[in-house]
Ligand binder design. Sequence first.
Ligand SMILES: *Cc1c(COP(=O)(O)O)cnc(C)c1O
Length: 372
Amino acid sequence: MNVPFFDLRATHDEIHDEIMAAVAGTLQRSNFILGPELEKFEAEFAEYCGARHCIGVGNGLDALRLILLAYGIGPGDEVIVPAHTFVATWLAVTEAGARPVGVDIDPATYNLDPSLISAAVTPKTRAIMPVHLYGRPADMAAINEVAAKHSLVVIEDAAQAHGATAFGKRAGGLGGAAAFSFYPTKNLGALGDGGAIVTSDDEVARRAQTIRNYGSAKKYHHTSLGTNSRLDEMQAAVLRVKLRSLDGKNEARQRLVQRYLERLKRIQGLGAPEIDPQMKSVWHLLVVQTPGRDALAEHLASHGISTLVHYPIPPHLQEALAHLGYKRGDFPVAEQAAEEVLSLPLWPEMSDSHVDRVLDALEAWNGFGRLS
Ligand SMILES: *Cc1c(COP(=O)(O)O)cnc(C)c1O
């Protein structure tokens, strides 16, 4: 039995008829941009996140970028970002014309280490942009405290954390504004690109809503220099269907991870994540860590098990961001993570026997503790 990394078909096969009905309804109305399905999805997703507003946009990167624009953050400003994340977190800042300032992560959670933030704050710092990486909420209580001390805005990159909770409060309602991605493989995924801004700040919501639609609140009246980034009706209609099963799918991931961890924790030389009942992960990814990562991945592949690395090169060492002037050694925890992390197969409909198959192959690996 081969084990794929992820199976996107499984979810869509289950709700095939509901999705087709949502698509058919959209075709019948033939109102494809800024229509009733988007309005309904925005209301439902805002409520889901425990926030006042949701603004559907074209993708997750635009959600982050438009939040920065809505706060008036741009050239001359600095934004604090974690050193271990998908490149989009950093790119959103450069796209807005501001400078991303990296801060290292906590090795236990892979999230921004709040104790390192203050040292990175300068008179130019405007915002902190924590990522809830792999589905686990960042330490928002500590981050919000540092932000308040320095009068900074907190922007959640919640692209991997739909439904994750910190002390019972959902991602999207833990800072000033939050960005979500509906890229197909995210916990809540569209049938293409999509994203959303979630906030309880009326003014930021109003600005973001204007910016996503050519800087116009009233047709042909342009009050700001906006862009075109709107979540379309077809995607909104499909997302409304999929939102109904999000909690169930997240619970399925949590149950599978529990099964994984019972045996993973006993493997010497393999770092495995902890389940934290206060900071409830939605397990966008299940990531383990070992110095012999590449050899382990090859071993698993030889047993028909697919794995991926999220992410092999930290943003500060990417060629595209060389102009920022960072060098190897600047963020040692993030750099070590990039060399050692491995994402194991996980999707909500994964069977117990799939999980056991991965665990059998992991337990059969005798390279732990040795460098590859
Ligand atoms: C996916 C992702 C994004 C970007 O989302 P897109 O919809 O692909 O633009 C941003 N940040 C993180 C952490 C992500 O995982």
